[in-house]
Design a binder for this molecule. Structure first.
Ligand code: ATP
Length: 312
């Protein structure tokens, strides 16, 4: 549906987007995730045809940005981070006005406005002025605006930015509902947001894509490292290290502080895709150590995100 190749954008001599490659399939909800200044907005503005790339190619369906920018703009609905709305207008009048701009036929207009009121949960505020709405409702109006001409692709820049937790959940649900029929790209710097709403995440850092895949795939590729915490009674660290030495995949064993001198608390660093817990447990049984604690931790997506986007 969308094919991005070597997309690059300079502001003077500063490279804000640095050779991005992306393929987005029809029906996918892609989260472009990155810290402030990573290049998300710049990327989205290029995808929507509002900002010219310095280099690279963008194809949307059979159209190419540059040659067919107008055709591309027609199949994309773009909700910028702070959607411009007319605060003095009533929601109904505003949507009516948007329908006119989008050249909806008179007999289709009312039906479409009602559909959007239903989809975006605007029925109770249709006759309120936009200025008196909460931020969450304003964002719903922005979404309804974006959806007016039923675009196949939606591009949403930080759609939940500045909303309270309840409003975030509501907007998220609307996005998921819309996503059943449309291809969506949204940007966010909130990891849980991307995880909850998107099928796939591309992490962007300093203008480059540093990870791309399902949350599960990113965890697997970036997060091979696991740690196992064990507490034993009546064992010493040298013996434990010697016994565990034959187990493949262990990269290090650290002794942790323990409040009880009879307890040995250790942290085992594992660099392997293989689950080695059974091997370790067998060794503990054979050595006849008393096992007080046995716990494995895998890297969280939060941890991976921080590692991939730490300032150099
Ligand atoms: P945020 O989450 O803060 O919105 P972002 O990931 O969307 O950030 P961009 O807005 O794309 O990032 O900005 C990427 C980089 O390009 C930043 O360093 C920003 O300061 C710079 N930048 C953005 N717009 C311009 C501009 N018009 N002129 C010069 N530099 C710009």
């Amino acid at each position: 549906m969308i094919h991005v190749e070597n997309l690059t954008r300079y502001y003077d001599d500063f490279c804000a987007v640095d050779g991005i490659h992306l393929d987005i399939q029809k029906g996918e909800i892609l989260g472009l995730l990155g810290p402030n200044g990573a290049g998300k907005t710049t990327t989205l503005r290029m995808l929507t045809g509002y900002l010219q790339p310095s280099a690279g190619q963008i194809r949307v369906k059979d159209f190419t940005i540059g040659a067919d920018t107008i055709a591309i703009k027609k199949c994309i609905g773009y909700l910028p981070e702070s959607a411009p709305l007319y605060h003095d207008m009533m929601v109904y009048d505003y949507l009516n006005y948007v329908a006119d701009i989008r050249e909806l036929k008179a007999d289709r207009k009312l039906t479409r406005i009602n559909e959007l009121a239903q989809l975006c949960g605007l029925n109770t505020v249709m006759h309120k002025t936009i200025g008196e709405l909460s931020k969450g409702f304003k964002q719903r109006v922005g979404l309804a605006h974006t959806l007016m001409n039923d675009p196949e692709i939606l591009i949403l820049d930080e759609p939940t930015s500045g909303l309270d937790p309840n409003q975030i959940v509501e907007i998220r649900e609307i996005i998921r509902k819309i996503g059943r029929e449309k291809t969506i790209i949204l940007s966010t710097h909130i990891l849980s947001e991307a995880e909850a709403t998107c099928d796939r995440i591309a992490i962007i850092h300093q203008g480059k894509i540093v990870a791309d895949g399902s949350t599960q795939a990113i965890k697997q590729s970036a997060g091979r490292e696991r740690t196992i915490y064990i507490t034993l009674e009546s064992a010493n660290i040298e013996t434990v290290r010697a016994h565990l030495k034959p187990v493949a995949g262990i990269s290090r064993i650290d002794k942790l502080d323990s409040s009880d001198p009879d307890h040995l608390a250790i942290k085992i660093f594992v660099q392997s895709d293989v689950d080695i817990r059974k091997d370790i447990y067998r060794i503990i049984r054979q050595a006849d150590w008393i096992l007080l604690e046995f716990r494995q931790e895998t890297q969280t997506l939060e941890h991976i995100f921080r590692e991939l986007t730490l300032e150099n």
